[in-house]
Design a protein. Structure first.
Length: 95
């Protein structure tokens, strides 16, 4: 019988802006499992910046980058838990 998936992606306020700086955060937790994750900020299909990390049980990703006021950006978090891809999570906001 497979174990229930207890992975939680926490993106409560993952994408905020301070002037023309985007502040990106994500926290991925899953008991004592192996986690690899990448957080990518895009403007349309163009990648603005990305950050990656890995760990056991928890991975916290954070990063800042320059953006343009009035433009819409999408932050996506994707990765694997014990080698199996988890459903990506996204948040979209306008600077």
């Amino acid at each position: 019988m497979p174990r229930p998936l207890n992975l939680r992606l926490s993106l409560g306020s993952a994408l905020t802006f301070s002037g023309t700086t985007a502040n990106c955060e994500a926290m991925i937790t899953s008991a004592s499992d192996s986690i690899k994750a990448t957080m990518t900020l895009k403007q349309g299909s163009r990648v603005v910046d990305s950050w990656s990390g890995s760990g056991t049980g928890i991975v916290f990703l954070e990063g800042d980058c320059k953006v343009t006021k009035g433009v819409t950006y999408t932050l996506t978090v994707e990765g694997t838990r014990n080698g199996v891809a988890f459903e990506p999570a996204t948040v979209t906001r306008t600077c």
